[in-house]
Design a protein around this ligand. Sequence first.
Ligand SMILES: [Zn+2]
Length: 276
Amino acid sequence: MALLALGAQGSLKVASLHPLLSDMARSVGGTAVEVVDLFPKNGELHAFEPTAADIAAAAGAQLVLACGKGVEPYLEDLRDSLPARTQVLELGQNIPDVYLPGTRIADPHWWNSPSAMKRASRALRAALEACDPGQKATFSKGQRAYAAQMDTLVREARLAFAGIPQERRILVCSHAAMNHFCKEFGFTAVAVHGIAQESEGDTASLARILTQLRSQSAPCLFYGANETPKILQTIASQVNATTRPLVLDGIYPATPTYAELFRFNIKNIKDGLSPR
Ligand SMILES: [Zn+2]
């Protein structure tokens, strides 16, 4: 116990509201940070609210990492509950908005773009350095390695998608979570529901999507890996498409790191949309 306490002493405590930001903080911060996960293992991103215990844990941290872009509607209340020494960092503030097709509604799921994650890791490095200037070299090394991994994932994705012709590059998802991804990799995003996975698609929007899918030829429709794909399967059967899972909200126990999650998505998109 004494040794553990000694080991933790002096390291920068960072609390995180999203598992992918925890993964980023562990990569960039290395041994110089202690990351506290506030998000529950099987939680649902758009329904989560921190408990009193979460707020107490966040209060003990110097930095609290948030996605921003409205992903955490409770963020202002959380900020008010925290001591002045705890800084809440919305990493999404560094990422340019990408809108749902034909709208001015920004898709907040920026983590589905590795280039956005790379940009966010630079902001995280700067914030860590400001908290603990003595560990500048550690943070710099960690961020360079993280950025290189994001570059590798972009290359892997481009290679995997090279055989998908333009007319099949339609990414139909259960909720509007892949617009940042689609912009980066040259796909058209279509969402059955809105931003949050629990939002209901009304009859008119389902009819519109069916019409759109019949005029295009999306060979595969994608549902959130932790969602029940019932509605999507019904639509798929009507447009003669298959269905596959994607990790949309960045939270899936089987893919705990960003690299695992992104490779899971690459494989399913490749397998779903490549010509047979
Ligand atoms: Zn979502």
